[in-house]
Design a protein around this ligand. Sequence first.
Ligand code: BGC
Length: 771
Amino acid sequence: MASKPSCSRTASALALAASMQMTTPAVADDSTPRLGVSPIREVIQAMTLEEKVALVLGQGMAGMSGGMQGPGVGVDTNSRVPGAAGTTFPIARLGIPSIVMADGPAGLRIDPTRDDGPNQTFHATAFPIASLLASSWDDALVERVGEAMGAEAAAYGVDVFLTPALNLHRYPLGGRNFEYYSEDPLVSGKMAAAMIRGIQSQDVVTSAKHYAANNHEWNRNTINVKVSERALRELYLKGFEIAVKESSPWTIMTSYNRINGTYTSESPWLLQDVLRDQWGFEGVVMTDWFAGADAVKQMQAGNDLLMPGTQSQQQALLNAARKGQLDVQVLDRNIERILDLIMRTRTFRHEPVSNKPDLDAHAQISRKAATEGMVLLKNERDALPLAAGKKLAIFGNSAYDIIIGGTGSGDVHEAYSVALPEGMEKDGYATDKALSQAYAEHIKAAKARRPETNPFLAPPPLPELVPTVEQIDAAVAANDVGVITIGRNSGEFIDRKAKDDFYLTEAEQTLVRNVSTAFHKAGKPVVVVLNIGGVIELASWRDQVDAILLAWQPGQEAGHAMADVLSGKVNPSGKLTDTFALDLKDYPAAENFPGVTLLGPDPAARGGIVINDRAAEVDYRDDIRVGYRHFNTWGVEVAYPFGYGLSYTQFEYRDLKLTREDAGFTASVIVTNTGRRAGKEVVQLYVSAPKNNLEKPAAELRTYARTRLLQPGQSQKLVMRAEPRGLTSFDPEAHRWVAHPGRYTVSVSASSRDIRQQAHFDIKDELSFMP
Ligand code: BGC
């Protein structure tokens, strides 16, 4: 396992910086071009080869001092914004500043304290994880979260925010699924586009990542993903296509893996043909940290910037350029894009760094977003919302040791987090003190026993406390409702496991069983709160409990947001953007996840590359049969389908009308709140294509909409537009996007399996589009 450098300040390799000073004209005279004053081309012409090579490499990473990653290129990257992931090389004589890059996606990842800085903290807001944000189906809300995140990056002097992350949830065990949005590319793309709009509105550059097909962590640095062009285009690239076309991220981060034999960061097809020529991307492509194997090939493919930058990459580029194996014009092309990017940054414009983001306001946005993306999976006998003033017996480690987000580069250093009992008490509920005492002691002791692990990685989970029969009986006697949380954490470098992760641990099963039996015997309800980052198994135990709220990992305001929904202050309106299958083996990817190792070390894994990953490959034999596309086409029973989510009220749909326009259509439907509480409804529009020799999913999500808060009895007309291109499938033979002639069915649905209104339209002449 690779240990990623920690965020401590370390002097990294200065050797190159010193050597550069020798080969670089030290002083600028009046005729020296300057970025922003002179045309970019003149600035490039004035650069020495050493400067050119420096500019296509980051300066290294804090903690890189001859470790596994090898020395960095420049001075300590950590000096501007400690805890940031990287910086570019400054060339002062040409007026080129260094710009700073830091992680997301659930908030800005920088160090919360500084050794030598002012006596101040530098906390960032922990927002809900991407899977929760997506479950809101609310692009406008996600854009607002983006604005708040972008404002924090701007306040702390970060130029490039390494977010959003939008790889597809191919399989529930992907360790970083929490950072990503959905099993569906339309949802992923729309959410990413909204996030990009929000962040970039604050003059902060985004980096949509990881392009592409980086769907798990195992051997991620070397794995070769074998995948058809159709599945790539329709699923794994689609979200990026939407994000690029709708909101122009200024950078894209390539992934670690290879696709069909070629590292993504070395693939002219992915970077030039698809990204730039077909989608019109005009920004900078950067690598993921230490990704790829051959710096020269990366440059040639149009991977403009190699992050975080190593001396071995620098040597390789200098040698290749000197020997004529790397055309300097290739460097110049990449540098032009990098300079163009630098000129867009706040650093270039000398914008002030306040170091004072509005953390209070952003906490409110985080809380609001968290409530909008929680999904009510089950609610029987009116267990929820909890009536005011009820006494709650709260069980489950994670209720007290709340999990607000995942680990790794997606972890945020927030100022505080709110646990569930705290949130409930704030809302006027009483929580059982004997239980909270027992949990506090258990958690403290379990943490003390837990072996030290790399803080970058997900810690081993604490053993779940199983209260004794006496403890449970006392809790039943003293309280009105039993609440159980189930917690899960995961993150970079490690995928999740089936045992004790996808499936409940034995202790959790016992907890659910014992608490449910005891409370039900006394006629009292049991509510489960899922504090998880990805799909788990529910079908075997859900019948034992009355209600299940999928609260995800909801950011630092977790307890408050959970209380908002459990109390009914906020009526849940989130819907699933993943299928919760009955069992892990039901996902087609189960057959070959995460792939197989190949014999011997990977010959391509050389250079500055890091990690002790093995040569490995995975064959995406599931092809386009990912998520609901598979389950709904083959009629596989699931626990909860894609698009599903309950409310404390009910909605009726009527008067679906289709208007054909420019070969696409607009659908309108009237949604009425027929229940007794105000609520919002997410409406999904699926299209089924006519039979054709191209395999088609039963139906595909083509657009969606969300009502405003509707009072009981109130209605709203929703209008949804489907573009003609959005009706097509990728035909690999014709090498085009095609909608074949025939009858199409439009289903306006409350979930992918709850069709409320249907209409049809015909396509007479084939529609086809170039990729
Ligand atoms: C992750 C990226 C992240 C980068 C910088 C990599 O390990 O895969 O998502 O942006 O590190 O921290």
